[in-house]
Design a protein around this ligand. Sequence first.
Ligand SMILES: Nc1ncnc2c1ncn2[C@@H]1O[C@H](COP(=O)(O)OP(=O)(O)O)[C@@H](O)[C@H]1O
Ligand SMILES: N[C@@H](CC(=O)OP(=O)(O)O)C(=O)O
Length: 397
Amino acid sequence: MAVGRRRQPADRRRAQRPPDRRGTRGPGDAVSAAGAPLVLKFGGSSFATPDAYGELARCLDSRIASSGRRLAVVVSAMPGETEALRGRLHEVSPHPGGDRVAGLLTLADTVSAHLLAAALHRLGRRATVLAGHESGFTTDETFMWARLERIAPQPLRRALREHDVVVVPGGQAADDRGRPTWLGKNSSDLSAVAAAVALGADRCEIHSDVAGIHSCDPNRVTGTRLLPAVSYADAAAMSHHGAKVLHHRAVRLAERHRVEIVCRHNTEPFTRGTVIGPGEAAARAVVLDLGSRVLAYPDRAAADRAHRAFRADGVAALRLAEGPHVALIGGYTDPEATRLRHGLPPAREAGVPVTELHAGRATVHIAPDGPDAVRLAQRLHDGLDTAAGQALAPAHA
Ligand SMILES: Nc1ncnc2c1ncn2[C@@H]1O[C@H](COP(=O)(O)OP(=O)(O)O)[C@@H](O)[C@H]1O
Ligand SMILES: N[C@@H](CC(=O)OP(=O)(O)O)C(=O)O
């Protein structure tokens, strides 16, 4: 199915769901086919040590037994593995082509998927791995920040007819010619929502080292609150400005296909923290990401051009409302490569963006460096509950 932008009424979508969501029992399988497969995602923070695969396999085994459902499980690489591969690649070539980056870096997630499948197999579960070129997720040819264009339901459905668990390495897809593409840094969430769309699932559970979305990064700022329910609009705005907990395209895809995202902690009892679904933009939050950078251009026209160039390269970039500034969100980009490719003027590093969100409006502040950004985020967060609802200048994507 095309990754379209138009929404469909919920009952029409239900009617379109193929009947093979049910009756997935395999030969000699004790697992009942009582319901559609569950879609679960476990981020890199779930795999701090190799033992984590065995522990997670045990939990998944229990989940199959208790729910009577089969599982599509999207996994990310162990922490640091993707960046270790990037480091090795850059030792060989300082500006490698996007196809090399996509081909190599996504292998880290493949390793993780096979480790989990092996741990499940050890427990007697039938598990397989569906890599990007087999998953039915088709993208454009951007390679490093590829855009999802089509989601074919058959590969996952077929694999789930024959297995208790299908493990999908996050972030992987392929272009029309079958070449491996990468959905971008931290894009396993997007793969998880894509898997839910493929399976016609109403819900996708995303597990992380925090129970859910907080009013600011709880690992950097004190006094944060867990937000139990967040609208797609607020979750997308937070991710868009750099809150790492969810990938912004994942939120958009979930909204378009009406998939509810349930954020949970990645250790037992997998506490459910935040449910993301329809609703107004109402959250008050502060977004901090120390990997993000603001670039200052000589004038507004140059900043506009740079913004378009980064976006064309698939990079998450914001054109800030004040001044000739562009924020590159999430880091891990090669601004020099984009500058050379698009003939942009040189830019000055202006600092780290810190964003205040209030009922759908965003104000991006610029802190000179990381420690200042943390202090600023703390100050803004401390003032959240008392801040007047003044009109805030929006940054536009
Ligand atoms: N507003 C926020 N709410 C919760 N976590 C946040 C927020 N902003 C940033 N984070 C960070 O996101 C991290 C989880 O995202 P990530 O590292 O991508 O997890 P995973 O590896 O499980 O995918 C948390 O450890 C936290 O530091
Ligand atoms: N290989 C991916 C894994 C990923 O998506 O990470 P996480 O789900 O932990 O954010 C990356 O580092 O980008």
